[in-house]
Ligand binder design. Structure first.
Ligand code: AGP
Length: 605
């Protein structure tokens, strides 16, 4: 889960490498580095910390050279320090790597026995050592092929050579890699987003491919060493290019963008004239399936959980949900009458991608709900349903979650309509209610001031709990995930009805407990669970939409959200939870857009 970049040019490359690395920081930000060929030598510079720090190092001591590679790291093997940062270079070769070499320990032991010395704790360095050996007898291309044959795992590589100053070699085994084209300059990158500022002409490597990038030419080879051609895609102009505008950070901008995100998404899927939901390219006839399986990780998994409730509410289908890292290793009984639905903001999450690949091998129909339409998951599924949220930069997913829920809600409704599970009038009525979402989200955002007061009250706590039933249970999970991810405050999400089966033991005087209780069929039951918490000293924050009524004097805080169709409450109740985690994190002076130990795109297992 790192970011790699490579550039071959007729001019100095280090500034462009730094700029591309800044874009790749969403993949990892615990160290950064680059290597150029300067005056015929490999010139490596690296440091723990952000790309900004590397930029300062370069400012004081520039790296000249028309060929180079760069890297941002999210540590897997070895702590984030200068030695473990990439590139990993010998005198004749320099390597950047994304992913994991699973047999690195094994290879290292053999190499050490033959006298090789390792400087770092990384798995990457075995590649450098192996290549250095192979280059004694082989040309670079064959040395890379032979080295790749010895490696196990899922990874992408960028490599430069002291004695071959004209090209960068890129290789893909499981982790994504893109190639970009410009005049007198060509690029290698972990994704097209990093290359977008330099070019909109992109090709993608497939698994097993290798590429040789020089300033005027790009050659591609498959794993059998055959020369192959690649399609060149023209990327769409992204007018909403990520900038913070007047906001303090990306996360709060993205939170406040949500009414617009929702509007854009609804416009894409609801026909303005007929008021119908359009899904033209579903890979199966919804009348012919009997089950839907929803698969994702983290926040994306939570949107799958909510969709389960919607699909069960609107259709007669069976629904299963799975965390991708579990699904990929379970003994799943694949079924031709099931639609396998993958949800991922980035479209590059390694576990979700592996689960998709598994489905492809089993020849079952797949569909993906993604934000990045050029992503590996999007390109490899039978049908893509974009969420149209625009770039999401904050590591904590906010507007993408709203987008995922919207697409899944629309899909649930459409499937129920096609299968005649819902009557036409109810279907139309639900669409009309759904169209109110952008303005209802704006209303919910008005609670920010109150939430700031609550955040101030709870930010010094040692833990917290989030409770809900029905649609509000996955929202409780998401609220807890957001709080722990951003503020490092321990947070547990539970179905409110489960409390007495164990978690109630955690309640003590002053423990913040967020109770999510819209006026739905669970309302009274959730309030009973809330009273059990209050009776044990819990400090309750109640989120409800009961029309401003004071529900109990023992509630520490109450937030009243706008009323809506009951199936739409997950959208509105998400907003105060996002704001709460944001403000708690601000009080705790946490790094909002780049929480510790995390990365935006999790491209390792
Ligand atoms: C969300 O706030 C998290 N950063 C994380 O759980 C994320 O949703 C997860 O890693 C899945 O990412 P994806 O949507 O890009 O697949």
């Amino acid at each position: 889960m790192c970011g790699i970049i490579g550039i071959a040019s007729n001019k100095s490359v280090s500034v462009n490498i730094i700029n591309a690395l800044k874009k790749l920081e969403y993949r990892g930000y615990d160290s950064a580095g680059l290597a150029t060929i300067t005056n015929g030598e490999i010139n490596e510079k690296k440091c723990p910390g952000r790309v900004e720090k590397l930029e300062k190092i370069l400012f004081q001591n520039p790296s000249e050279g028309n060929l180079g590679i760069g890297h941002v790291r999210w540590a897997t093997h070895g702590v984030p320090n200068e030695v473990n940062a990439h590139p990993h270079s010998s005198e004749i070769v320099s390597v950047v790597h994304n992913g994991i070499i699973e047999n690195s320990d094994e290879l290292k032991r053999v190499l050490e026995k033959s006298g090789k010395v390792f400087k770092s704790q990384t798995d990457t360095e075995v590649i450098t050592v192996l290549l250095t050996e192979k280059l004694k007898n082989l040309d670079p291309l064959n040395a890379v092929f032979e080295t790749l044959d010895m490696l196990r795992g899922s990874f992408a590589l960028g490599i430069i050579f002291k004695n071959f100053k004209d090209f960068v070699i890129g290789a893909r085994r499981g982790s994504p890699l893109a190639v970009g084209y410009s005049s007198n300059e060509n690029y290698l990158g972990s994704d097209s987003y990093a290359l977008k500022a330099m070019t909109n002409k992109i090709s993608y490597l497939d698994d097993g491919d290798l590429c040789v990038i020089s300033k005027n030419e790009v050659k591609f080879f498959n794993s059998k060493k055959d020369k192959i051609n690649k399609e060149i895609f023209t990327l769409s102009e992204d007018k909403s290019q990520a900038s913070k505008g007047n906001y303090k950070n990306f996360m709060i901008k993205e939170i406040f963008e949500q009414p617009i995100t929702a509007k854009t998404c609804l416009k894409e899927y609801i026909d303005k004239i007929r008021g119908e939901i359009n899904f033209y390219n579903l890979p199966v006839d919804p009348k012919k399936i009997n089950k839907i399986a929803l698969i994702g990780c983290g926040t994306a998994y939570h949107s799958c959980l909510i969709a389960k409730y919607w699909l069960e509410e609107f259709t007669s289908l069976s629904v299963e949900t799975d965390i991708a890292s579990e699904f990929r290793y379970r003994k799943v009984r694949f079924d031709k009458n099931t639609l396998y639905l993958f949800v991922s903001q980035s479209g590059e999450t390694a576990d979700t991608y592996a689960a998709l690949e598994l489905c492809k091998k089993e020849n079952v129909k797949t569909c993906s709900v993604v934000n990045v339409v050029e992503s590996s998951i999007a390109r490899n599924s039978d049908c893509v349903l974009p969420i149209h949220a625009g770039p999401e930069i904050g590591v904590a997913s906010t507007k993408a979650f709203i987008g995922q829920m919207l697409v899944l809600y629309l899909l649930s409704l459409k499937i129920s309509e096609i299968r005649n599970d819902i009557d036409r009038k109810e279907y139309k009525n639900k669409i009309n209610e759904l169209k109110k979402i952008p303005s209802l989200l704006s209303e919910s955002l008005k609670q920010e001031e109150k939430i700031q007061i609550i955040a101030k009250d709870i930010y010094k706590s040692n833990g917290s709990m989030f409770l809900g039933r029905g649609f509000s249970f996955p929202i409780a999970l998401e609220g807890a995930l957001k709080l722990k991810e951003l503020s490092y405050l321990h947070a547990e999400g539970y179905p409110a009805g489960e409390m007495k089966h164990g978690p109630l033991a955690l309640i003590e005087d002053g423990l913040p407990v967020v109770v999510i209780a819209p006026k739905d069929k669970y309302f009274e039951k959730t309030l009973s669970n809330m009273q059990e918490v209050i009776a044990r000293g819990g400090k309750v924050l109640l989120l409800t939409n009961s029309g401003g009524k004071v529900i109990s004097e023992n509630i520490r805080f109450q937030i009243d959200l706008p009323e809506s169709d009951i199936t739409l409450t997950p959208f509105l109740f998400t907003i105060p939870l996002q704001l709460l985690s944001y403000h708690v994190a601000l009080f705790k002076k946490c790094d909002i857009d780049k929480p510790r130990n995390l990365a935006k795109s999790v491209t390792v297992e």
